[in-house]
Ligand binder design. Structure first.
Ligand code: ZN
Ligand code: ZN
Ligand code: ZN
Length: 182
């Protein structure tokens, strides 16, 4: 047992996570995982810890449905409301609806394995995208291909990232080739 830095008469076994000094419960604030004392630099460290935490759920800005955010969605800063189908940008506070027309289909694939590869490449490249029809694919691959939608302003970048994939091997059809034959 040590004594609180501010209250020499109070014994405590808690320390500030940032400065490591002993403090009583009254002198500590609870961060996401740790406790911090009231010193400005330690409060700042606490804010950083809280901000780095995952917001596990948000309310849909459109229909107010409570949406659970998984780690992947949090990384992409993008989630689709299961209730009203709005696409929501988590990178801003408060989260905002993204108009679907700002996303365009980059490619479609019938193959779950291809999708996994493409998605991880897009993740690595920091591309904002979502997959349309992925659930159909799991239920019945023949109903419709999953379509990867990317943000209009990132389409070029995203195409660059995946252009090294061999589409013939992977059985992916590129949307652009469908429209304009070269
Ligand atoms: Zn401290
Ligand atoms: Zn104290
Ligand atoms: Zn909604």
């Amino acid at each position: 047992m040590e004594n609180c830095t501010n209250h020499p008469e109070i014994e405590t076994d808690s320390v500030c996570h940032n400065c490591g000094k002993p403090y009583c419960q009254e002198c500590l604030s609870e961060g996401g995982e740790y406790y911090y004392c009231k010193k400005p630099e330690c409060q700042k460290a606490m804010k950083n810890e809280l901000n780095s935490g995952l917001p596990m759920q948000i309310n849909c800005p459109s229909c107010h449905f409570t949406i659970g955010i998984n780690k992947n969605e949090n990384m992409k800063k993008l989630v689709r409301c299961p209730e009203c189908d709005s696409l929501i940008n988590l990178a801003v506070d408060p989260p905002e609806i993204i108009k679907d027309k700002e996303y365009v289909q980059m490619l479609s694939s019938m193959n779950q394995g291809d999708l996994g590869i493409i998605k991880s490449m897009l993740d690595d490249g920091g591309i904002d995208y979502f997959v349309n029809g992925e659930n159909f694919l799991i239920i019945d691959p023949l109903i419709q291909p999953a379509r990867i939608m990317v943000r209009v302003d990132q389409l070029e970048e995203a195409s660059e990232i995946i252009k090294n994939l061999n589409f013939h091997i992977f059985g992916v059809s590129s949307n652009q080739n469908d429209e304009e034959e070269e």
